[in-house]
Design a protein around this ligand. Structure first.
Ligand code: NAD
Length: 351
């Protein structure tokens, strides 16, 4: 450390993409998905404690850039995330993210982390946590419609947390379907590649839609959805971007994260503003019913909420200790004399 800086300078642990991948392998992906799901469920149980706001979105013709803040009164967190469906054509990702945790007591950051890999893990962990509460008993097969970046994570989380044994993949782009099948081979799932969404849904009790297109798409039409299934709708997460025909919403009991955000971004943006929904935190706390009959269609209208990112960052903070999977960043000025910022700058100069 340079002699121009105080010796007890506060450093901020930073988890890079490379180190996040190292950490996933160190912990084991299925164990980590289970751990993330437990952290998310713990935070859903104390839902009322958190500051909550719909995410702050900056929309453009090509996509969206969003900030997702929250705080439990002791720790503050936010995620920066984009959603640009056309990016893959230019060899770029649809979704990239990073995030931060800070101490509410003094405002100092305590963790900075990549969140592209972590978002895929937390989204999958959330989907599986919800499906564990809502999917029909004994569900063992999932249709995975959209085989992009999120798809393998979704499949593995449903395996390790909900016990599904088979996944039926369909993507409009056969190369994506083949990629997901390849990535999932040897991971303990019976993987089928399918030629249509209808084919993928054959015998599936859980239907995950995870496509990316900035439009009111109809990935599922009403006649495709039989009774008793659980729909995990991931891809409709932005104004003007949905996946399900409105008639399906009318036949389903709809479960959401934070209604104020989901009504703007989720499948229910297609419905009147007072269309009934149930908040997942209430199901988890036992104050609202989840699945009440075998014939019911349950629909998780997932958009991704800040508390899930907060839980994921909390999990990372609690699991990097004792590993080499982070770097200490010189992110805070933190002069010895807090009022002598200029003096610190001057001492750093020549002579
Ligand atoms: P991606 O671009 O990597 O993959 C999307 C896939 O959908 C592509 O392979 C594409 O070919 C396929 N697709 C598009 N239209 C289709 C159709 N009609 N039928 C079948 N497949 C189709 O994107 P990703 O990172 O996997 O994300 C998928 C979606 O999930 C995005 O819309 C993203 O914004 C959303 N998302 C939601 C959450 C959440 O918390 N709810 C979190 C992360 C991502």
């Amino acid at each position: 450390m340079s002699n121009t800086q105080p010796s007890d300078k506060a450093l901020v642990p930073f988890v890079s993409v490379e180190n996040m991948m190292n950490l996933v392998h160190h912990i084991g992906i299925e164990r980590m998905l289970g751990g993330l799901s437990a952290y998310i469920e713990e935070d859903f149980r104390r839902w009322e404690l958190f500051d909550k706001t719909p995410r702050i979105a900056s929309h453009s013709a090509e996509g969206v850039i969003e900030l997702m803040p929250t705080s439990d009164g002791e720790v503050y967190g936010f995620k920066y995330v984009n959603g640009h469906p056309k990016n893959t054509r230019a060899g770029l990702q649809t979704v990239t993210a990073f995030g931060l945790l800070a101490n509410v007591g003094n405002g100092y950051p305590v963790l900075l982390s990549e969140m592209t890999v972590l978002t895929a893990l937390r989204t999958a962990a959330t989907s599986a946590m919800v499906a564990r509460h809502l999917a029909p008993k004994g569900a063992d097969t999932m249709a995975m419609i959209g085989a992009g970046a999120q798809s393998e994570f979704q499949s593995l989380a449903m395996k390790s947390i909900c016990g599904i044994r088979a996944v039926r993949l369909y993507d409009i782009d056969p190369a994506a379907t083949a990629k997901a099948a390849r990535n999932l081979s040897g991971m303990g799932l019976d993987v089928a590649t399918c030629g249509s969404a209808e084919d993928a849904m054959e015998g599936a009790q859980i239907i995950t839609t995870c496509t990316a297109d900035k439009q009111y798409a109809t990935i599922l039409t009403d006649n495709m959805v039989g009774s008793g299934v659980h729909i995990n709708a991931i891809g409709g997460d932005c104004p003007g971007k949905t996946e399900l025909a409105p008639a399906i919403l009318n036949r389903s009991d709809i479960f959401v994260e934070y209604p104020e955000q989901t009504r703007i971004e989720g499948e229910i943006q297609q419905m009147p503003p007072d269309h009934p929904v149930t908040q997942m935190w209430e199901v988890i706390n036992g104050t609202a019913p989840g699945r009440t009959s075998a014939a019911q269609i349950t629909l998780f209208d997932s958009v991704g909420f800040a508390i899930e990112d907060f839980s994921a960052l909390r999990y990372i903070r609690d699991h990097i200790g004792g590993t080499d999977y982070y770097l200490d960043l010189d992110l805070l000025a933190d002069p010895d004399d807090p009022r002598d910022l200029f003096g610190m700058l001057r001492r750093a100069g020549p002579g």
